[in-house]
Design a protein around this ligand. Structure first.
Ligand code: NAD
Length: 327
């Protein structure tokens, strides 16, 4: 996969084509938030109500062309941060569902720049360190600093352990674990030198509890928490905080695809609505899938001054499901 710097703008973001999704998105749980974010941002700027405490700061977000990464980018950009997105924005042949496209990446840039900040997009694969290096070079050349790092790029995988081939195991660990390690390795020298910075890792509920249908994916997410703790300890003397977020079931294309719906329960193809019922059973609060902006909001909080002394910690976004976890 080539690493390419791309500053082009987009036409527009895509409307959801699945009618079931459209009704969910327009209902109480969704609210068409992604589609309206640009308008909201412009309205905030016009009436001066936006909190711009990240003005002049710069963030690197991997996997930011859509989903949780894009929501994190929007949450930081809304507070004034310039953004570098690193995303493969192409299909990785071995991944059994569609990843983001070049069009998604361009639409993300347009959406983020709607907040009145700059966004640089880098097309590259987090499995190759040259991609992270290109993204960090871009941040330093364009913005002169790097304040926030969100190693978010990841793929899902379902299947009992004995069903997974060596190649499938390697693929998930290479992206979800080694890709995160490489992002942190590439960013750390800059943060240490600056004597400031925030790293927000994206783990998962499968990094907090057993999930027999997600053995390797879950292992990668437990490992991200281990990496969070060790990195927090190493960077604490340099005023860099490192925390991990553990979402449960977020309404993104990582879940809403034929591969996931047909493999969640062996021998059955779930409808999106049936899957949402399962999400409601997991959550103690009356919530099914929730929007990625819930994760983006917490990531922005952890990058804020209010969170300056919070480090080495793990935050569940679980609508009460973690009331069942051990402390
Ligand atoms: N959706 C959920 O319910 C959920 C729950 C817990 C944790 N997560 C985690 O959140 C993160 C984001 O997930 P999402 O739901 O937004 O998924 P998504 O598929 O919508 O977004 C993932 C992004 O990462 C990019 N990407 C994938 N592999 C890449 C690679 N090798 N190099 C560069 N970019 C790559 C994709 O193109 C895509 O834009 C993942 O780490 C995922 O494991 C998601």
């Amino acid at each position: 996969m080539s690493t390419r710097r791309d500053r082009s703008s987009a036409d527009s973001s895509k409307a959801p084509t699945n009618p079931a999704r459209r009704s969910l998105m327009s209902g109480a749980l969704g609210g068409g938030i992604a589609a309206s974010v640009m308008g909201m941002a412009r309205a905030e700027q016009a009436n001066g109500s936006a909190q711009r405490d990240f003005d002049g700061k710069a963030a690197l977000i991997t996997g930011g062309a859509r989903g949780i990464g894009l929501a994190c980018a929007n949450a930081l950009a809304a507070r004034g941060a310039n953004i570098v997105i690193l995303d493969v924005a192409d299909q990785i042949a071995e991944v059994p569902y569609p990843l983001a496209t070049q069009k998604d990446l361009e639409a993300a840039k347009e959406q983020i720049e709607g907040h009145g900040v700059s966004c640089i997009t880098i097309k590259g694969d987090v499995r190759e360190m040259k991609a992270q290096k290109a993204a960090i070079t871009a941040a330093m050349e364009s913005f002169g600093r790097l304040d926030f790092v969100i190693p978010n790029a990841g793929i899902t995988q379902t299947g009992f352990l004995e069903e997974l081939s060596e190649k499938e195991v390697d693929l998930v660990l290479d992206i979800n674990l080694k890709g995160v390690i490489k992002t942190v390795q590439a960013a750390t020298p800059i943060l240490r030198q600056q004597n400031s910075g925030r790293i927000v890792m994206i783990s998962s509920v499968t990094g907090r509890m057993g999930a027999q249908r997600f053995p390797v994916y879950g292992a990668s997410k437990w490992a991200v928490i281990g990496l969070t703790k060790s990195t927090a300890e190493a960077l604490a003397p340099h005023n860099v905080t490192v925390n991990a977020l553990c979402p449960t079931l977020v309404r993104t294309a990582l879940l809403e695809n034929d591969y996931v719906l047909s493999t969640m329960i062996p021998g059955t193809t779930l409808t999106w609505e049936q899957f949402e019922d399962a999400a409601k059973q997991l959550h103690m609060m009356p919530v099914g899938f929730y929007g990625p902006e819930e994760v983006g909001g917490l990531a922005a909080f952890l990058c804020s001054e209010e969170a300056a002394l919070i480090s080495g910690d793990v935050f569940d976004i679980a609508a009460g499901a973690n009331a069942r976890f051990p402390a």
